[in-house]
Design a protein. Structure first.
Ligand SMILES: NC(=O)c1ccno1
Length: 250
């Protein structure tokens, strides 16, 4: 997978050089390219923003630097072919970024992220590239950040860990909260490791029983308990019959 990120703060994307994403890049599983938008400006102040038409607070990111930069970024890929890119626009007014959407994005060969600053990017930029490729406007939560770069880090990590071979144990993400299948709409339950006792706190006995069926059921029940406590909205979304199905799958 190829990921391009266009930003006015390239240093914000340094975390993409470490841990899971950094290792995937080193192994060649991910080709991440970060581009400084200001390199596509032509004035001595490297201007990327201007006042909004219609008035109002703040500034809007200008079309020209974005257009010239995205044209260059896309020029070395095959638009519309097997390497067709998709634009990913982090914005509080986007569709919620979910595990399901992470799975969908992980199946694309090339993502181009356009994190905005200020009040956002002139809408004509998104409209222009929407004529050439899929555009995903995504929100990582109901809050406003100073810019989209933090959202790029979140989306990149959630997508990269789903790529084949990136997680050491492929089974790890099958039991994730929200993972399709048995865990869809369920939060992950508690996890434990050695020592068996710590400050008088013991491990739930069932986890030491070696009885896989009982352990699976206990984990499902704990996941349900946590979901009811922290995300009752997810429980409402789940057909009660599905819980029986989950029983069989776990
Ligand atoms: N909530 C978000 O995803 C976001 C992106 C940029 N600012 O906020």
């Amino acid at each position: 997978m190829r990921l391009d990120v266009v930003t006015i703060f390239p240093e914000y994307l340094e975390p993409l050089n470490v841990s899971l994403v950094g290792k995937a890049r080193a192994r060649g599983q991910l080709d991440v390219r970060v581009h400084d938008l200001r390199e596509w400006t032509h004035d001595r102040h490297n201007t990327v923003d201007d006042t909004p038409y219609g008035g109002g607070p703040g500034m809007v990111m200008k079309t020209e630097p974005w257009g010239e930069c995205l044209d260059d970024v896309l020029a070395d890929g095959y638009e519309g072919g097997a390497q067709a890119p998709a634009l990913v626009v982090p914005t509080p007014s986007g569709r919620p970024f979910t595990q399901e959407l992470a799975v969908e994005l992980s199946q694309r060969p090339w993502l181009v992220f356009t994190p905005a600053r200020y009040e956002g990017i002139d809408r004509r930029v998104i409209d222009e590239y929407a004529t050439r490729m899929p555009v995903y406007e995504v929100s990582i939560g109901d809050y406003v950040l100073a810019g989209g770069e933090a959202a790029v880090l979140v989306v990149t990590e959630a997508v990269a860990r789903l790529l084949p071979g990136v997680l050491g144990n492929a089974a790890s993400h099958q039991d994730d909260s929200f993972a399709p299948g048995a865990m869809a709409n369920l939060l992950e339950g508690p996890v434990y490791t050695k020592p068996p006792a710590w400050r008088g706190r013991e491990i739930p006995e069932v986890l030491l029983s070696g009885h896989h069926g009982k352990i699976a059921r206990w984990r499902r029940d704990e996941a349900l308990r946590r979901t009811v406590r922290n995300r009752p909205d997810l429980v409402e979304r789940t057909d009660p019959k599905a819980f029986d199905k989950k029983d069989r799958e776990m």
